[in-house]
Each structure stands twice: as C-alpha cells, then as structure tokens.
Design a protein around this ligand. Structure first.
Ligand SMILES: *[C@@H]1O[C@H](CO)[C@@H](O)[C@H](O)[C@H]1NC(C)=O
Ligand SMILES: *[C@@H]1O[C@H](CO)[C@@H](O)[C@H](O)[C@H]1NC(C)=O
Ligand SMILES: *[C@@H]1O[C@H](CO)[C@@H](O)[C@H](O)[C@H]1NC(C)=O
Ligand SMILES: *[C@@H]1O[C@H](CO)[C@@H](O)[C@H](O)[C@H]1NC(C)=O
Length: 353
C-alpha cells in the first residue's frame, strides 16, 4: 500500500536528470553549422538551417510533463523561443542569442510548472530569460556568458509569479542586471554568481517569501549605485503592508564594483545571516528608507562606507539591526533611523546615533 502510494507520487514528479540530455528526452535537437534536426521520439519534426526553428519545433511537438534536450549549439539571432506550461527545456549545447528589443531570448509567460534544468547562453540579449505570470517555475543550473544585456528578468508590468525556484545562476558580462525580479511570492534561490556585470547581481523588487543561499558578485555595478544584492520598490513588504521578516539570505559576498548590499524605496522584511564585502567602489552597505533589515554578522573590508540614510520622499528608515565587523572604512547613520541597533567591531570612524 505504502509502496503503491510512493510509486504513484513519484510518477507525478518529473525527474530532473543528473546530466543535461541524459536518459531518454522526449524530443531532441541535434546538428551543427547550418543543419539542424528536431526529432520527437523517432519522428522528425524539423530539418533545416534555422536553429531557432528547430528548437521551437521540438518544444511545440511535446506535451506538458515532457522534456526537450537541445544537444546542438547554434545561434537563434534576434528572436524569441517560447516555452508553454509543464514543459522541460534543457539547453545542453551553447545557445547564442541576439537582441530583440523588449523581449527575452527565451520566454515563458502565464504558465505553470515550466522547468529549465540546464541552460548555457551566450550573446547580447535584451533579456536572456524573461518571465511573468508563472507558477512553479523551476530553473536549475543556468550559465550565461554575455557581451551585454540583462540575464534573467521577471517583468514589472505584467502578471505576478508564485513558487519560483532557481538553483545555481552564473552570469558574466551582462550590461545590466544578472537577475532582476518583480512580483514574485515564494522564491527559492541556491546561488546567484555575478561577474563583470553592469548593474546588479541579484535585484529583488516586490518579491516576498524569498529564501536565497548565496549572492556572490565580483565587479558588479562598477561606477553605479547598483549593488551585488539590491532590494528596491517595496521588496519584502507583505500584502497586509507589514515588513515581518520574509526575505532570508544566507550570505552576500561582494568585491569591487558599485555597492555591496543596497536596500531602498520602502523595502525590508529581510534578514541576511552574513556578509563578506571588500573594496566596494560605492557604499559597502546602504540602507535608505527601508523597514526591518537585520544583518546578523560578517565583515566589511575597505571600500565605501556603511550607511543608514533616508530621503524625504518616503517614511524614515526604521527597525534596522546590524552586527558587523567593519575595518578600513567608516560607518555613518544620517539621518538617524528609528529603532536602529548597532553591534559593531573593527576600526574606522563611526558617526552613529
Ligand atoms: C563561460 O565563461 C566561463 C568563465 O569565463 C568559461 O569557463 C566557460 O567556458 C564559458 N562558456 C561558454 C559557453 O562560453
Ligand atoms: C538592444 O537594442 C536596443 C535598441 O533596439 C538598445 O537600446 C539596447 O541597448 C540593446 N541591448 C543590447 C544588449 O545590445
Ligand atoms: C525595533 O527593531 C527590531 C528589529 O531590529 C524589532 O524586532 C523591534 O520590534 C523594533 N521595536 C519597535 C519598538 O518597533
Ligand atoms: C555583538 O556581536 C558579537 C560578535 O562581534 C557577538 O558575539 C555578540 O553576541 C553580539 N551582541 C549582541 C547583543 O547581539
């Protein structure tokens, strides 16, 4: 009885393969250069020179719960691949993409339970991956070596998302953000690793009930006010208006670039277990008009100052608790926050309330 129950539960959970393309994918895209073939089982669904068309034909040939493995590498140009509900998309080759204005190279909108267990992308997309209106979206190991553009984007002015998972997201060379979310309730991220990225590593906006393992940025947002980890636009504010802790981040590591951690524009409800920030070109940490921010430990070494601030356009910063070792740079609270708790060690000037 128990065994039958377990087997029937297992049958409902699509299996993520241990390796991209392994097992028996329901459809595959193979080929190279100017000849690509898409097959579903033993049925040919595309042969020709258009890599994008081969991938889309494979995706369109499978049904919900089935898997496409793109074995071939190639270029889709300035175009968009669309993934519909329940489909599993594995990019095993390297998918080179172009810039389709305002669009994702790969998109899934208003869908349930789409999975992208593996993806390697190169090129300069407007958005590498673009989502809205998803539930149960599951991204696994995603590697983007870009020459511009934005890595992963959840839209601002579109339907909200729920229960989004990401495994290990590695983005190099984006001109904008590595990962930018809007409108997600329920987000689990293993790690976001951002290297030589123009704006933010992980930018959360209007995102609640989030658990993030690691945000690790090197040379992220250099010369800008962006940060390795940025929260903005009411991030972490629950639907009842409260800032009860609901965004949890285990660790933020940042080297060089712009800011390390930046909370702004009525965001908060966040607890960061530890930070390791060094030589950030702008503030190592800036908390500006945020509510309920708890940094429980870690170190800042050199770089820009640690700052609690506020602008007059929003209510003052409040309920901030920071335990931190800060060496080689200053700490400043101005204007004074309401209900700030500091527990500082290390050297350097302190101007706190
Ligand atoms: C992506 O970049 C990493 C690090 O620079 C490199 O090891 C890897 O080979 C690159 N992959 C592709 C597909 O360009
Ligand atoms: C994409 O093209 C638009 C204009 O259509 C441009 O504004 C944008 O900077 C380009 N992005 C990239 C990554 O090349
Ligand atoms: C002060 O802030 C802490 C979080 O740092 C919070 O737990 C506490 O409830 C706040 N106290 C008041 C009086 O709001
Ligand atoms: C202050 O931080 C130290 C670590 O530097 C820690 O051992 C101590 O428990 C903290 N105190 C409070 C009141 O949180």
């Amino acid at each position: 009885m128990l065994r039958i129950f377990i087997l029937s539960v297992l049958a409902l959970i699509p299996v993520v393969q241990a390796q991209c393309g392994s097992g028996t994918p329901d459809a595959r895209v193979t080929g190279s250069g100017s000849t690509f073939t898409a097959t579903r089982g033993s049925t040919n669904v595309y042969t020709g020179s258009d890599y994008r068309a081969a991938i889309q034909a494979a995706l369109d040939s499978i049904s919900s719960g089935q898997r496409v493995s793109v074995i071939a590498s190639g270029s889709i140009g300035a175009n968009t691949i669309t993934i519909s509900s329940g489909k599993i998309f594995e990019g095993c080759g390297t998918i080179n993409v172009g810039n389709k204005s305002g669009r994702g190279a790969i998109e899934s909108t208003n869908t349930q339970n789409v999975q992208i267990p593996y993806l390697t992308m190169t090129g300069n997309p407007y958005f590498g991956l673009r989502f809205s209106g998803t539930s149960g979206l599951n991204l696994g190991t995603i590697t983007m070596n870009l020459s511009g553009g934005l890595g992963i984007r959840f839209d601002r002015d579109a339907a909200a998302n729920s229960n989004v998972k990401m495994g290990t997201i590695t983005v190099t060379g984006a001109g904008s953000h590595a990962v930018e979310t809007w409108n997600i309730n329920g987000l689990e991220i293993g790690s976001v690793i951002a290297r030589n990225v123009g704006e933010s590593g992980l930018l959360l906006q209007k995102t609640t009930n989030a658990n993030v393992g690691l945000v690790d940025g090197n040379n992220v947002g250099a010369g800008t006010g962006y940060a390795t980890f940025r929260m903005a636009n009411n991030n972490g504010q629950l639907s009842n208006g409260a800032y009860t802790t609901n965004v949890r981040v285990n660790k933020v590591v940042s080297r060089g670039g712009g800011r390390g951690v930046f909370c702004v524009s009525q965001s908060g409800g966040v607890e960061i277990t530890t930070v390791d920030l060094a030589n950030n070109g702008n503030n190592a940490i800036l908390i500006e008009n945020c509510y309920g921010v708890n940094i429980r430990g870690g170190t800042v070494n050199g770089g820009g100052e640690v700052r609690i601030s506020a602008r007059s356009e929003f209510p003052n910063t409040r309920d901030i608790s920071i335990t931190l070792r800060v060496d080689g740079t200053t700490v400043r609270e101005s204007p004074c926050g309401d209900n700030t708790t500091w527990n500082l060690s290390g050297n350097g000037g302190r101007t706190i309330c």
